[in-house]
Design a protein around this ligand. Structure first.
Ligand code: NAD
Length: 358
């Protein structure tokens, strides 16, 4: 898939764009086209600025990293709303069922940060398996505690690694791990072409619950939608081989948070890492902040400065298409004309997963 191709851009790649002051580099373009741009982070709680602006907004652009949850109630309160655009990948912060019913188009910049995330996944797998974070902390504390550092440290060479979904991110993770001589497994509702399986020596599983029974490392790379919401729960965690490392940069709500915390305490999981939570931002007392053997970060894997240049350009490409009356690329379409379409039809299912975001 090619990278975004707007007619031009008004920023220098590498600038900080994915923040309030960066405005995705869009203000000049939007105002030159005769529209107004409101940028806010006041998006949570009843009566917040987002809710006020929704009363006459035509487009809502949100980053998944600090999402503006577009619930059914919010969509219903926005009579002029035409489209929700995700500056990134993953549009589950929008009630997609309500978007379909209210005929609100939903789009995202597919592939803008897939490789950025794949790099983060590989980094977090390595940091868990090699026990990097505790070792780093021994140095910060002034220590040189070799045994304490390595008592949980292994090589990933020869380990069995399985990804739940091998789309753009999942496959990129597998490709990168091939260089570490891991045994590579995947499951996906769309099987990869045979030549790809053969090239990277991939073992395909129809059922993820079967796959995880023998994996040393599991990584989740599917979108959040009704089929995958809380797929890791009290029952399904029992399928994991004892001592598995689990890395989830897909969406926090794929997992029941308390089940993960308990699995780390009782040894079902040896480590858990990722960058996605539910809701975002998570409260100060979210159990994933304090559970043992975790390597969590805030939601940052897909918003490196490299990725920001791509998703800012992609949002502009989408707006240019809307305003020039052209159809956006099918890979960018999640909901179009009241139905799942393009990447949405390929990777999501109908329904809503925003419940609980408030
Ligand atoms: P993609 O559309 O290329 O791949 C998604 C894959 O998931 C598809 O191959 C699809 O068939 C598969 N899938 C969907 N439902 C499934 C199910 N029930 N069981 C098995 N497979 C299923 O998307 P991608 O670029 O690889 O991104 C995947 C997800 O990662 C996004 O939807 C988003 O939630 C998340 N993401 C996170 C970040 C981040 O910064 N942490 C950034 C980008 C994407």
């Amino acid at each position: 898939m090619s990278t975004p191709s707007p007619s031009s851009i008004d920023f220098r790649p590498g600038e900080l764009l994915g923040c309030i002051s960066g405005e995705l580099g869009l203000r000049k373009f939007i105002e030159d086209r005769g529209h107004s741009l409101i940028v806010t982070s006041e998006k949570d709680g009843a009566g917040c600025q987002l809710e006020e602006e929704l009363q006459d907004a035509h487009y809502v652009i949100s980053q998944p990293f600090y999402p503006a949850y577009l619930t059914r109630e919010r969509i219903a309160s926005a009579p002029n709303l035409k489209a929700a655009i995700t500056a990134g990948i993953g549009s589950d912060h929008v009630d997609l069922q309500a978007a379909m019913e209210y005929n609100i188009d939903v789009s995202e910049v597919t592939f803008c940060n897939s490789i950025s995330v794949a790099e983060h996944v590989v980094m977090q797998i390595l940091s868990l398996v090699r026990n990097y974070i505790p070792s780093y902390h021994w140095i910060k504390k002034g220590g040189w505690n070799i045994a304490d550092c390595v008592e949980r440290s292994y090589d990933i060479e020869g380990m069995k690694v399985g990804t739940v979904a091998a789309g753009r991110i999942g496959l990129a993770v597998l490709k990168r791990l091939q260089a570490f001589d891991c045994e590579l497994h995947y499951t996906d509702r769309h099987r990869l072409p045979r030549d790809v399986e053969e090239k990277y020596n991939l073992h395909y599983w129809e059922d993820w619950k079967g796959m995880v029974q023998t994996m040393d490392v599991v990584t989740l790379n599917c979108p959040l939608h009704p089929e995958t919401e809380h797929m890791i729960n009290t029952e399904s965690i029992k399928n994991f081989k004892r001592g598995t490392y689990l890395v989830n940069t897909a969406r926090g709500k794929l997992c029941d948070k308390d089940v993960i915390a308990q699995a780390l305490k009782d040894g079902t999981l040896a480590g858990y890492a990722g960058d996605v939570w539910f809701p975002q931002p998570p409260p100060a007392d979210h159990v994933w902040r304090s559970m043992p053997w975790h390597g969590m970060t805030p939601h940052v894997s897909g918003t490196s400065l490299s990725a920001q240049a791509r998703y800012a350009a992609g949002v502009r490409e989408i707006l240019e298409h809307y305003w020039d009356g052209k159809e956006i690329r099918s890979e960018y379409q999640i909901v179009t004309n009241g139905a799942l379409a393009g990447a949405g039809a390929h990777s999501y299912s109908e329904g809503n997963t925003t419940t609980g975001c408030d």
